[in-house]
Unconditional design. Structure first.
Length: 307
């Protein structure tokens, strides 16, 4: 079975369209379109990673936009928030991985009726998937019972992830004796992808394998935009890829960002009203008309950029 560290990556999807390599000829690949998409959200929420959230008579809390990569890439950002985190009373993140949740996620990732991945995708796509996931230490024994969405998510980040920033923040919070809270469960996060039809899962995997070559360039660009605190740039860059029929990815964007933003704001409300909370969520959840910052403002909170 797969390692826990590999399973943990699945819930931290930051970029929907990191896809790009020359696939086997047998794979039915779709042309990828690239276009510049201007940022359309509130300008005041287009720049900045750490935000103070306050209200009348409430101790201030903070919302920090993370990027789900190893902390070595962004050590300066970690240092910027270390003291703020240490001075908080509760640490809130997207999801906290408990043993039961991890086991439930594993059960979602794999077929349980005897179906094998090679039964539902072409031989060429299976061979390319196995070759790509070899860098992630996924063996053929691991891959054979894996659902297409799980294979797709495994390759959505570079293989050398290490301990990601979000987990490092959690470790610091626990070391400081802070209370902790997850805005979602691991099961909810896994269900987001598991609910896609098998045909849509195969489409996601096929597109990812067909256009794998741009992954590393995109990874570097996203880190650069993040370290600059450019939320508007991150939002626009994440929308630059599309296909002639982009319905699947529009649905995916709605499920990953818009719907989850509303849910997370609802669930963080009590912690913000209590005050002294430190909330860490992926930076792509912050900007935009339906981003967390705008949603919090509409609920009456005052939002102030710290850096």
């Amino acid at each position: 079975m797969m390692t826990e560290s590999l399973v943990n990556r699945f819930a931290f999807v930051l970029l929907l369209f990191w896809i790009g390599a020359a696939p086997a000829e047998e794979i039915a690949c779709r042309p990828l379109q690239i276009s510049e998409v201007p940022y359309s959200g509130p300008d005041e929420y287009g720049q900045g990673l750490l935000w103070k959230v306050s209200g009348e008579g409430l101790p201030p809390s903070y919302v920090f936009g993370t990027i789900h990569v190893a902390e070595r890439h962004i050590s300066a950002q970690l240092e910027e928030v270390r003291d703020v985190l240490a001075g908080s009373e509760i640490f809130v993140m997207e999801a906290i991985f408990d043993p039961d949740g991890i086991e439930s996620l594993r059960n979602m990732m794999f077929f349980t009726d005897g179906t094998r991945l090679q039964d539902v995708i072409s031989a060429g796509l299976y061979a390319e998937t196995l070759a790509i996931l070899g860098a992630y230490h996924v063996t053929e024994m691991d891959l054979a019972p894996m659902k297409p969405w799980a294979a797709y998510l495994t390759m959505s980040y570079p293989a050398d992830m290490g301990v990601i920033l979000d987990q490092r923040l959690l470790h610091l919070a626990l070391d400081a004796g802070l209370d902790t809270m997850g805005l979602e469960t691991v099961v909810e996060q896994g269900s987001l992808f598991n609910s896609f039809s098998l045909d849509d899962q195969v489409r996601l995997l096929t597109d990812a394998v067909c256009h794998r070559g741009i992954l590393e360039d995109d990874f570097a660009k996203m880190i650069s935009l993040y370290t600059d605190g450019d939320l508007a740039g991150l939002s626009s860059y994440g929308q630059r890829y599309s296909f002639d029929d982009n319905t699947l990815y529009e649905t995916l964007t709605d499920r990953l960002l818009t719907t989850r933003n509303r849910l997370m704001v609802e669930r963080m409300q009590a912690a913000l009203e209590a005050g002294n909370a430190f909330v860490a969520v992926g930076a792509l959840h912050l900007p935009g008309e339906e981003g967390i910052l705008a949603l919090l403002e509409r609920r009456g909170f005052e939002i102030t950029r710290v850096f």
